[in-house]
Design a protein around this ligand. Sequence first.
Ligand code: SAH
Length: 246
Amino acid sequence: MTFAATVLTLYPEMFPGPLGLSLAGRALSEGVWSLDSVQIRDFATDKHRSVDDTPAGGGAGMVLKPDVLATAIDHARARQPDAPVLAMSPRGAPLTQSRIRALADGPGVTILCGRFEGFDERIFEGRDVEPVSIGDYILSGGEVGALVLLDACIRLLPGVMGAASSGVEESFESGLLEYPHYTRPVDWEGRTIPEVLRSGDHAKIAAWRKQQAETDTRLRRPDLWERHEGARVKPPSGARRRTRDE
Ligand code: SAH
């Protein structure tokens, strides 16, 4: 089944962009996924084809109009009623690997790309649109965010990645960062590949990798580590763990 992506944007020519190359590009030409990039301005109704207006309450910039967005969304939904409609927004929940995996398991996705100051807030409830963020920084528009989301989904689609196993051990799949990698030359500028990786002892290698993944996650991403540890030690009921004094 083809994973169908629809992107609603003021810059449809930004797509497929980098997703037309490499693994995603091949999968696109093979029909593993499809892409429809739709010009939001085509749904404007006035003679200037305006899509934005000044912010209520004053302030800088322009806001995307809810009536124009709604018509564009209705158009996309009519063609693909089962796909969730997401809007790129720094005010949304940050994307995670598990959310990406759930999206990739579905029929596709419709992505609304913001520009200027973003969307009229009423669109989210009015059209059941879910805001999603790609991280705590501000882009100039949602298009690059949409490319990020789609790239992360597409590589998970069946047949896209070469080795079937290569999706499973990645960073975040187990709630941890992945272990570090090395390749030849064994000695590079006086820095050598860790001895254990050259030992041929698969059990020892697996133990070393697990330990590295844990140490790196603890040091680099204490937020992930805390969640991982919490999930591991917390009873399923969510009851509080007993402290030493109890
Ligand atoms: N005024 C907004 C930012 C607007 S940036 C605010 O401060 O919240 C313009 C557009 O870029 C947004 O509508 C959104 O579509 C996109 N964008 C910016 N940062 C993003 C992020 N971190 N994740 C997803 N989309 C983002």
